[in-house]
Write a protein that binds this ligand. Structure first.
Ligand code: SAH
Length: 224
């Protein structure tokens, strides 16, 4: 699976993709993540990517030409399943959306800045708009990194223990059960006996009950 991310601050995206599971997925050749510097597609000496908003008001707006040049170049090279704009007014990212995207082949992601991008870019090129939550960040790079991480860890072969993604929170509209590791007794704080029993079916049942209880307590909306 390939991601092409268009950003005016590509440096912001270096570290998130250079560690842990995302790094491993790229080394294994399962995921390819390419960041494009929007400024490389800007004309003129200033390499400017933004301009004053029509109608006045505060904040700058990202202009059409650099985005159009970069998007169209990429579209000539391959077909994209989705062109996603990270935006606080998009649909809120959840595990279901991550699952849907994890079976795609090529995804383009646009990162906004300032007041956002010219509305016409959204109308002409964008197929899906995704928010990572009801708060506003200063740019689309961190949201893009969140989206790519959520999607890539679901691609088969990325996680070493493939079932571990399946038992994560939200995967079946349930939160995950609590987890423990050694020592079994920490200053009198003990691991539940059942987990030391070696009785796999009983442990599975306990985990399910714990997950259900936790979901009822914390996220009853998931069960509705
Ligand atoms: N004026 C816009 C916010 C612009 S913030 C509004 O009120 O909707 C600048 C950029 O950061 C956005 O264009 C978007 O790409 C990104 N961004 C900020 N918050 C985000 C969020 N919660 N989810 C996804 N992208 C976000």
């Amino acid at each position: 699976m390939r991601f092409d991310i268009i950003s005016v601050l590509p440096g912001l995206l270096e570290s998130p993709f250079a560690h842990s599971i995302l790094q491993r997925a790229q080394k294994k050749g399962i995921a390819e993540i390419v960041v494009h510097n929007l400024r490389d597609y800007a004309a003129g000496k200033q390499k400017s990517v933004d301009d004053y908003p029509y109608g006045g008001g505060s904040g700058m707006v990202m202009a059409i030409p650099p985005f159009a040049a970069c998007i169209e170049k990429l579209k000539r090279e391959r077909e994209y399943d989705e062109v996603i704009f990270m935006s606080p007014d998009g649909e809120t990212l959840n595990q279901n959306i991550a699952n849907q995207l994890s079976i795609k082949k090529n995804i383009m992601i646009l990162c906004g800045h300032y007041k956002g991008i010219d509305q016409r870019i959204r109308e002409i090129y964008v197929t899906r708009e995704i928010s990572i939550g009801d708060y506003v960040l200063s740019g689309g790079e961190l949201p893009a990194a969140v989206l790519v991480d959520a999607v890539v860890r679901l691609i088969p072969g990325v996680l070493s223990d493939e079932t571990s993604a399946l038992s994560d929170s939200f995967q079946d509209d349930m939160l995950d059960a609590p987890v423990y590791t050694r020592p079994a007794d920490w200053n009198g704080h003990k691991v539940p006996d059942i987990l030391l029993s070696g009785n796999t079916p009983a442990i599975e049942k306990w985990r399910f009950e714990q997950a259900l209880e936790r979901t009822k307590q914390r996220r009853p909306d998931l069960l509705a």
